[in-house]
Write a protein that binds this ligand. Sequence first.
Ligand code: FE
Ligand code: CA
Length: 520
Amino acid sequence: MYTVTDSSRISRRSFIQTTTSLAAAALWASRSQGAALSRPKFWDYPFKLGVASGDPTPDGVVLWTRLAPRPLEGGGLPDAPIDVGWQVAEDEAMTRIVRSGTQTAVPQWAHSVHVEVDGLAPDRWYFYQFKAGSEVSQVGRTRTAPAAEATPDKLRLAFASCQHWESGYYTGYEHMLGEDVDLVLHLGDYIYEGPAKESKVRSHVGGKLDSLTGYRHRHAQYKTDPALQAMHAAAPWLVTWDDHEFENNYAGGISEHTDADPAAFLAQRARAYQSYYEHMPLRRSALPTGPDMLLYRNCRFGQLVDFYVLDTRQYRDDQACGDKLTVDCHDAEDPNRSILGGTQRDWLFDGLKRSQSQWNVLAQQVLMAKIGRRMEDGRTGYGMDVWNGYGADRDRVLKFLHEQHVSNPVVLTGDIHSHWANDLLLDGDDFASPVVASEFVCTGLSSTGDGRVEDYAPLYSEFPNVKYHARKSGYVACEVTPTEWKTWYREMDYVTRPGAPLLTPAKFVVPAGSAKLERA
Ligand code: FE
Ligand code: CA
């Protein structure tokens, strides 16, 4: 274990007595020109954003941290690279070290650290820790995936989305800590881009996001939440973004604001993606180049589960008929329009075709089931920001799953700030058509606020493929075995004050070989 010494920590008072530049000059005087700082001294604890891990493979995992002694004031570090040591151990006390190394954190990437550890044993838990100068991070816990040919008897996971800072506390993560999961999936809206609002539970720092500094401050602010940090430190995460990491309802390079300059919008996307990478446990394959970032990828847990993490934002065509609820939008069914883009769709189909796994999971952002909402005039409108607006792509995916006999397809979804359990039908207009897959949609972790209770009987009668719906904040927990997929809908009655107890109003089982949801 790294030894903790506080002697080099400069007190806040002594820092305040001088100016930033003077303090920086004094602190960093010993650095050699051009080389990374291997013995930095910090004027405040540099690991305030915690630690995280992600994208496990049978022999490794990504370890993440970011040095930021002053996370909401530009980070608080000099414009110089800093060496960060890391260790992986078999035990929480960090005595049986199995891998270790040093990585240089550079200011161009906000002094973030992404270590791709390899050489680990499959299917086991590990502990990890970072060190910079004489400062050490908290110890994080992570695990590797089972070997490719292994047939694990169980995988426990939880998934969440939509954690608007101002709408509520992250009580959900406090409860998720008790789930003892092997993996957490985050399906987007990890941050929100809006400016600080009055009279909310807690306030965003800064205005509407646009600058790189602004995005970094927002990510850093979210990462200061103790429950979020604790959940990152407890298990590996598989993350993907939705729209609010950048801009509400964006479609590829197109803003929802029709007057937005396309070139400026893409330049802003580059800043949003860079800050996202800087704050997430992602592999080098996801390192952004300008406004592009490769986020769709595969993660396997032996022959039990194959995860296909999708990006339904970056490659989609613009929403059909506007972004809002629409009746009879002809363009939504245009076969030339896509939510996945051809390259991602080919990659997905190719992977599914070759999959040897019992369960095949599409971890993605927006509602896939064809479900509409009763409008004030009594007609049923369909949201165009979800798969409804890309009917041909939805048909292609569901047809592929059905015709290729993909083994036990499951779709995990976020975005919509409400829980849903849906049978995915081969033909969404024909409730007698075959059930192709199960869709589990998680509500907002906090974005739903305290939520509300309504009478959902009309919804269930209009859309009999909807087996559960609720508008409370929470998340979804699952346990996967070779014979069944179990899902628990976790909810809280309030998030506008801390401490809400965990409720589980609905539980489902999907037996292997049947895509139909069964209430348990
Ligand atoms: Fe959201
Ligand atoms: Ca969203």
